[in-house]
Design a binder for this molecule. Structure first.
Ligand SMILES: [Zn+2]
Length: 147
């Protein structure tokens, strides 16, 4: 699951709906000695998956060789630590290594499912890299009901 948009050696360890939270975690990790960056893949979600409503598009990425260290640091963090509060978590194993939509990147090589999703045939879901659980993003991010 290497990404090739200029951060080729980086691996996503957490995904957020909002940029602020992703940046905050990246900064925090950097102060812990793990060079982390945040990256917004909504353009990628739109171009590759025809998804105009990205979710979890703000990723925190670490260099591949620091993945272990970063995950260990995350696991030592209190679940209520504000820096992780907004992270999207797997409802099954509570990992923060999630992707959206589920057929992205290495999951299924796939423009076919992406087209299906664009047509409304296949529902876009979150995907847990750790345990391969998929779930629907029923809860919209808390940003004040604008309706
Ligand atoms: Zn999981």
């Amino acid at each position: 699951m290497r990404r090739s948009n200029g951060v080729s050696d980086h691996i996503s360890i957490a995904a957020f709906d909002d940029e602020q939270s992703a940046k905050a975690l990246a900064v925090r990790l950097s102060t812990e000695g793990v060079e982390a960056i945040s990256s917004n893949d909504s353009a990628e979600q739109l171009l590759m998956f025809w998804n105009p409503h990205p979710r979890g598009q703000h990723h925190v990425l670490v260099p591949g060789q620091r993945l272990e260290a970063a995950l260990q640091w995350l696991s030592r963090l209190d679940a209520n630590d504000p820096v992780l509060l907004a992270a999207i978590r797997c409802p099954d194993c509570s990992s923060t290594q999630v992707e959206y939509p589920q057929f992205s990147r290495k999951t299924i090589v796939g423009s076919l499912p992406a087209i299906g999703a664009a047509l409304g045939i296949i529902k876009r879901q979150f995907y847990c890299i750790a345990c391969h659980f998929t779930w629907s993003p029923t809860e919209t991010p808390a940003k004040g009901g604008s309706r």
